[in-house]
Design a protein around this ligand. Structure first.
Ligand SMILES: NC(=O)C1=CN([C@@H]2O[C@H](COP(=O)(O)OP(=O)(O)OC[C@H]3O[C@@H](n4cnc5c(N)ncnc54)[C@H](O)[C@@H]3O)[C@@H](O)[C@H]2O)C=CC1
Ligand SMILES: O=C([O-])CC(=O)C(=O)O
Length: 337
């Protein structure tokens, strides 16, 4: 269990008890995919998860059978790829992670995934609105800047939208930025926690090094490029076999853990892409900034804080791009209806 002890502390494992308050069902939609499998593995290692529900259009039960042999206490169930299987996977879920959808190939942008992934996310959101209307929905499927607003529209149409419970997972940007900084500065990556705001693609990814202990990194063009286009590095290296899966699984598991921890602990803060008041006056409904998490999901959305003029220029470019990403169900591709 070396991985569990590194990802989750000993105190947390000891603190685990199966009181009703601690029962947490977590559902993964797209659980047999490149992200879904290692994400499910990491969730199985998290003692806060008591019931792990795995659903995919193919392979869910197989992944569940495999993971269920791991000697941690949670119950793992794989569901058949049927409407009733999906509903059962969702029923009673506290957290629903959605990594279902196609990944990029070299030469594609995340927006090129929209035509395929928008309808996948739309259909899964419809099922979640029906069977898990109170769950925290964590959207991983790209393009996150557009798939998150789609989920919001579906929940609104079903009359169950709670903006405090919808999250675009941008944790991988924080993870990458923190790791890249630690490599440059020769620090322990565990001590770095770089704030990244905006969205999750290219210029919408805005790291705020001025708010870290390394403000001299503002203006480091190579570092900025690696943070904004880190996903492309992996897409190119995988050479047609997909995009980041393992680092994304870690980032998704970290965000889920933060949400579970925030049920009982205050001061849990993660940047995440949420329905945000910060730039609504500019027509931007969703924005990633530091968010304090709590038992009801979003507790408090923080503004970007003090930034340098160089970072303001990056933020301006980000906002211009995000304006284009807003989406309603009406703008879904024709075949998706
Ligand atoms: N938010 C982020 O930071 C990141 C997002 N991603 C995105 O995550 C998504 C998944 O990536 P991978 O796991 O590498 O892809 P993958 O192709 O390996 O896995 C996707 C899985 O989704 C399943 N699936 C497709 N339609 C489904 C449906 N209607 N219901 C349930 N399952 C369904 C497939 O059967 C497959 O197992 C992609 O859109 C990718 O761009 C990837 C990396 C980082
Ligand atoms: O780049 C991609 O397509 C996958 C992704 O979102 C990332 O790695 O950040």
């Amino acid at each position: 269990m070396f991985a569990a002890s590194r990802v989750f502390g000993a105190a947390q494992r000891r603190a685990f008890s199966a009181s009703a308050r601690d029962l947490s069902k977590v559902t993964v939609l797209g659980a047999a995919g490149g992200i879904g499998q290692p994400l499910s593995l990491l969730l199985k290692l998290n003692p806060r998860v008591t019931d792990l529900a795995l659903y995919d259009i193919r392979g869910g039960p197989g992944v569940a059978a495999d993971i269920s042999h791991i000697n941690t206490a949670s119950k793992v169930t794989g569901y058949e790829p049927t409407p009733s299987g999906l509903d059962a996977a969702l029923k009673g879920a506290e957290i629903v992670l959605i990594p279902a959808g196609v990944p990029r190939k070299p030469g594609m942008t995340r927006d090129d995934l929209f035509n395929t992934n928008a309808s996948i996310v739309r259909d899964l959101a419809k099922a979640a609105a029906k069977s898990a209307p109170d769950a925290n929905i964590l959207v991983i499927s790209n393009p996150v800047n557009s798939t998150v607003p789609i989920v919001a529209e579906i929940f609104k149409a079903a009359g169950v939208y709670n903006p405090k419970r919808l999250f675009g997972v941008t944790t991988l940007d924080v993870v990458r930025a923190s790791r890249f900084v630690s490599e440059i500065k020769k620090t322990d990556p565990a001590d770095e926690n770089i704030v990244v705001v905006g969205g999750h693609s290219g210029v919408t990814i805005v790291p705020l090094f001025s708010q870290s202990s390394h403000p001299d990194l503002v203006g480091n063009a190579n570092l900025l490029k690696r943070v904004q286009f880190g996903g492309d590095e992996v897409v190119q290296a995988k050479d047609g076999a997909g995009s980041a899966t393992l680092s994304m699984a870690m980032a998704g598991a970290r965000f889920a853990e933060s949400l579970l921890k925030a049920k009982t602990q205050s001061g849990v803060i993660e940047p995440t892409f949420v329905d945000s008041p910060l730039y609504k006056d500019q027509g931007i409904d969703f924005f990633a900034s530091k968010v304090e998490l709590g038992p009801n999901g979003v507790e408090k959305i923080m503004d970007v804080g003090k930034i340098t003029s160089e970072e303001q220029t990056l933020l301006d470019a980000c906002l211009a791009d995000l304006k284009k990403a807003s989406c309603s169900e009406d703008s879904l591709p024709e075949h998706a209806h």
